[in-house]
Design a protein around this ligand. Sequence first.
Ligand code: DQA
Length: 162
Amino acid sequence: MKIVVIQGPNLNMLGIREQQVYGPMKLEQIHAQMKEFATQNGIEVEFFQSNLEGEIVDKVQECYGEAQGIIINAAAYTHTSIAIRDAISAVNIPTIEVHISNIHRREEFRKTNMIAPVCSSSIVGFGPFGYHLAMVGMLQIMNEIKAAQEAQAQAQQATQVQ
Ligand code: DQA
């Protein structure tokens, strides 16, 4: 199983930017922890960060046929990008969005969320730990899909025997 982690604009500045909101952890440290969890659970993980909307759209599209799950923090584009939303909807891959801060208790403009309606779930306000929760959540989603596929295969076999 392969998961692609997509990080939006200014997340490359974690550890420097607004530490009172986002904490002191750098993006590389967050990714190192995710990688460790992925290795322990036999998951392949790829990391991507961009400050450009079109590059994020391209990356989501590249996931089609390549990845079984997407974890995305679209950062400021969360609140504006119909293009990223449409890309997630187009590839139809289970997607979890993460926000380090609790976007619901911040400025009014952060309450608009273009991405959440096309995602399996949202994790907000847990700080960098949210990325770990997203990995655990993605494993759960994968297990549920696998169980449903197995049940379907069994049901098909049963009808063939009859
Ligand atoms: C963020 C929240 C966004 O509103 C903001 O623009 C970010 C980071 C978060 O992780 O809390 O850049 O997505």
